[in-house]
Design a binder for this molecule. Structure first.
Ligand SMILES: [Zn+2]
Length: 221
């Protein structure tokens, strides 16, 4: 994620959001009209999901095109009520191209419990997720939400939102979506191991740092 940013075209973005919306809905990561998605398609242009629609049944012409200040450029529906949180993520980190917000049940249960996910149970979690912290509770749809998530945008790959849900981001929306899948999968395994079986053998700090170094070396090749 360096150098000039490679934005998706508007058409690609509309298609990608519909596709990911279907996957979120079919995996039960959202219920009814929950969740929201956005893609940055230019310096001052975002394509986002409209408010009040099921993410499983969206069409490309339902998307809303907005500016970084939240003004609507195009679209007959209103943008997501959580759009301020998406805009803040793009402002905090210029290398972010897509944001996914959902309520996957097990990750959200950890968010309700106020318990962060430590990445020391599986190698994939150490690489894909890192520590997933819990941002403090904020009233959905208000200015409080971007404030509480902002501190995590540069230092973390995902965050749990207390008593609410989960949020992932990346340079590419599909990577952000896969991270949401990994997050829920890892939350499920963590729950089974820690709270159903009641026993874990965590990886050591040395094992974790070897994994991270290995992944960085591969990226340089
Ligand atoms: Zn939500």
């Amino acid at each position: 994620m360096s150098g000039s940013f490679d934005y998706m075209t508007e058409q690609e973005a509309r298609k990608a959001i519909c596709e990911i919306g279907k996957r979120l809905y079919s995996k039960n990561f959202v219920a009814a009209n929950d969740g929201n998605l956005s893609i940055r398609t230019g310096e001052d242009e975002i394509i986002c999901t409209p408010t009040g629609v099921s993410k499983g049944f969206m069409s490309e012409n339902m998307m809303v095109k907005i500016r970084m200040n939240g003004d609507v450029i195009e679209g007959s529906l209103k943008p997501s009520s959580e759009i301020k949180m998406h805009l803040r993520i793009y402002k905090e980190n210029k290398q972010i191209g897509g944001v996914v917000h959902a309520h996957p049940p097990i990750a959200t249960a950890f968010a309700v419990a106020g318990m962060e996910l430590q990445p020391n149970l599986l190698p994939e979690a150490a690489i894909m997720l890192g520590t997933v912290k819990v941002a403090q509770y904020a009233t959905p749809g208000t200015e409080e939400v971007p404030e509480v998530i902002a501190p995590y945008v540069k230092s973390n790959k995902a965050v749990l939102m207390a008593n609410h849900g989960a949020l992932t981001w990346d340079s590419d929306i599909f990577e952000a979506y896969y991270r949401m899948e990994s997050l829920e999968h890892y939350a499920k395994i963590s729950m089974y191991a820690k709270h159903v079986i009641g026993h874990i053998n965590p990886l050591t700090d040395l094992e974790i740092s070897k994994l991270i170094k290995n992944a960085e070396d591969r990226r340089k090749l």
